[in-house]
Design a protein around this ligand. Structure first.
Ligand code: GLA
Length: 702
């Protein structure tokens, strides 16, 4: 944001104007210097925006220009300072090939700026115009069943097709040339929610070339994938098929890596021309989808300035744990604050039951976003198109253009964001606990679940760990881990040599690594590690998994974390070294597991490795999380709070800010460890009382 510099300029201009004529000569030079240095900004008159931005998706192309001002005035009244525009407007921007019409967008951006609203431009490549796919049918994606997609919805393009890339790049270049230096444009969103891929013969040829680059020789590929199995051996690169869902595990993983790299190059194709034609202050991002796993987000995020995602609930109510995990995952993509580029204004249109969130829940959700490290919360969408596929989706104003019942709640969020902005500006989330997350591992388990109910393993750890520490980072196994007291790897099924080295360096330097069930089973090519689980970490652990059991009925477990059950999954652990401590044992069950170790731990180097082979029921997991944090010296960021009250700490140069949200359905009182400033209500307080969905923003100086 350029708000600070503009603010400074406005102040200096006022000072320069106020000075009396008698002092004119003394200050003339100063004002001239300031003026010249800031001319560009002064001429541009970019709106000043708060550090916490409230925004909305706005589609000016769907409305007559005469209506825009009324919409923007209503946005301004609600404290909205950002609009995202353009991401589906290709047919308006380029009505025929090479004929670009961007004047309307220029007007829309200028009109928004007059209301103190900055703009993010979405490149429109998720919705190609009809003339394009008619003239170049090869740009339409081929579905898995070999049928071509068609015009009429969106995402019908082939992400690997060179012609499509050429046309999308030309469009993005036109936008960047026109708006890359526009002071009211703060950033760019490339495309919209990357998701659909193509299975056409040309894409398959690209995949085969990708394999050639990765494996070098067919002998190597055949060996890494063990293709002697089922006579899968390849004699020519062009024999390698595309497989999804069921197939050789090495091939399945390679395809997903190819998909991820292809999204990266698809994005880079537009990103390059935007960078080349825009001010560096304009960020480039794309709107991702939280826990969606259609590509490796770490691969795609590396070229972006900022991570952003679309935070939806769908049916039901906000699950602070599930959506919190998605926030933390998104924050971990760039290791810094992120944007919520879209979120639901009450309800959606795509769930089985599109219930509305409770009164106050949209506000609680906005603070949940900020607490997890978002700096912007933007609603999808401002007003629904009168026709079009999403007529039933939640909006902020109705089809008549007047406020919906939710509008006052949005305006409240707007006021609160403005109030809290000075305190939250420059703050970010810092955690003592990290959970390791890898797409390779998620895919590998999904393809061979071994128990149809097996899902949500990361969540089962995340919730209880977050409740203990009140802040958790989600990072890939390649991340630098030295800053964490505790690193937990639930279901880190694929562990590469490089990952193992990184993890052991962390442990040897004093960290506590906890491996959850199914960890360390697979190598970089999704092949089995011959030493059994946890693969390259078996030796330092001093024990290993002798056998895994998919369970129909839960088995009892007992030990340091009390007596509980292991549903769905149980791994029989063996202990090799005498200094390995058995933490939990299975009770009487299938005979094999009876009395055998379910969780073990060992001091290694200056640190410790723990392996948990059981899926722990919630109560036992809570006890385990308490043990893990306690033995690792992790403290709750704020201190004890009632169960169901979420705490989100953010830290900056001036001190700490704690955001609290009460997700229980009764009023809760939180006693604070010290007197804190009540940012939303004013004054200093030692305790806060929060109703259902109540929010407090508390700050304490260093
Ligand atoms: C997605 C899309 C939007 C809109 C919303 C509706 O997030 O990016 O264009 O379709 O869903 O919830």
């Amino acid at each position: 944001m350029n708000s600070k510099s503009n603010h400074g300029l406005a102040r200096m201009t006022r000072i320069c104007k106020r000075k009396s004529m008698t002092r004119f000569l003394v200050i003339a030079l100063l004002c001239a210097v300031i003026g010249s240095g800031a001319t560009a900004t002064a001429q541009t008159g970019a709106p000043q925006t708060p550090a916490l931005l409230l925004g909305t998706a706005w589609y000016p192309e769907q409305w007559p220009e005469s209506r825009w001002d009324a919409d923007l005035a209503l946005m301004q009244q609600a404290g909205i300072h950002m609009v995202r525009v353009g991401e589906f407007a290709w047919s308006r921007m380029e009505p025929s090939e090479g004929q670009y019409d961007l004047d309307w967008l220029d007007h829309a951006i200028a009109a928004a700026a007059k209301h103190g609203i900055v703009t993010v431009i979405g490149t429109p490549s998720a919705a190609p115009p009809a003339w394009l796919t008619q003239k170049y049918p090869e740009t339409l994606r081929t579905k898995e069943d070999s049928r071509k997609d068609q015009h009429g919805n969106r995402q019908q393009f082939d992400w690997a097709n060179p012609k499509y890339r050429e046309l999308a790049r030309a469009m993005a270049e036109q936008l960047a040339k026109r708006f890359g230096h526009n002071p009211n444009v703060v950033g760019w969103q490339i495309d919209n929610e990357y998701a659909e891929v193509s299975f056409d013969p040309e894409t398959r040829a690209q995949f085969q070339q990708w394999l050639k680059n990765r494996y070098g020789t067919l002998d190597n590929l055949n060996a890494r994938w063990t293709t002697s199995y089922w006579s899968e051996t390849y004699f020519d690169w062009n024999q390698v098929p595309i497989q999804v869902g069921y197939g050789n595990p090495g091939l399945l993983l390679s395809w997903m890596r190819f998909v991820s790299d292809t999204w990266r190059s698809y994005q880079m194709n537009q990103l390059e021309v935007i960078r080349a034609n825009s001010d560096r202050r304009q960020f480039i991002t794309t709107n991702m989808m939280g826990l969606f796993d259609g590509y490796d987000h770490y691969t795609v995020a590396q070229d972006l300035d900022l991570a952003a995602w679309d935070d939806y609930v769908g049916q039901g109510h906000l699950d602070p744990v599930k959506n919190g995990l998605a926030h933390d995952l998104t924050r971990g993509l760039k290791g810094k604050n992120f944007w919520v580029m879209e979120t639901q204004p009450g309800g959606v249109n795509w769930a089985d039951i599109n219930n509305w969130l409770d009164k106050g829940e949209v506000r609680a959700m906005a603070w949940h976003d900020i607490g997890h490290g978002a700096d912007t919360v933007s609603y999808w969408q401002w007003r629904s198109a009168l026709n079009g596929q999403e007529q039933y989706h939640g909006t902020l104003v109705g089809p008549d253009g007047t406020p919906d019942p939710l509008y006052p709640e949005i305006a409240q969020i707007g006021r609160e964001f403005e109030k809290a902005s000075p305190v939250l500006a420059g703050t970010s989330v810092k955690s003592e606990v990290a959970i390791l997350h890898s797409y390779d591992s998620r895919w590998a388990i999904q393809w061979q679940k071994h128990n149809k109910d097996y899902k949500g393993v990361i969540l089962s750890y995340y919730g209880p760990l977050r409740a203990e520490a009140q802040s958790v980072d989600i990072v890939p196994p390649s991340a630098s881990l030295g800053r964490y007291k505790l690193v937990v790897a639930p279901g880190l099924n694929v562990i590469t040599d490089a990952d193992a080295k990184n993890l052991m360096q962390y442990v040897n330097n004093g960290g506590h690594l906890v491996l959850g069930q199914r960890s360390g089973m697979k190598d970089v090519d999704n092949g089995l590690w011959p030493q059994r689980q946890p693969g390259p970490l078996t030796e330092p652990l001093g024990g290993r998994v002798e056998q895994y059991y998919a369970l129909v009925d839960p088995v009892p477990i007992e030990g340091k974390w009390g007596a509980g059950q292991s549903p769905m999954w149980a791994e029989l652990l063996s202990v090799k070294d005498s200094d390995v401590e058995v933490l939990m044992r299975y009770g009487k069950s299938n005979g094999w597991l009876d009395g055998q170790p379910a969780a073990i731990t060992r001091k290694v180097g200056k640190g410790r490795i723990t392996y948990i082979g059981a899926w722990l029921d919630p109560k036992t997991m809570a006890a385990a999380a308490h043990w893990m944090t306690d033995i690792s010296g992790v403290k709750a960021a704020l201190g004890p709070v009632p169960v169901g009250v979420d705490v989100y700490p953010r830290y900056g140069a001036k001190g700490a800010v704690y955001i609290l949200v009460n997700f229980t359905n009764t009023q809760q009182t939180v006693k604070l460890p010290t007197g804190m400033k009540d940012v939303l209500n004013g004054g200093t307080t030692q305790a806060v009382t929060l109703p259902y969905l109540g929010v407090a923003v508390l700050s304490v100086a260093k």
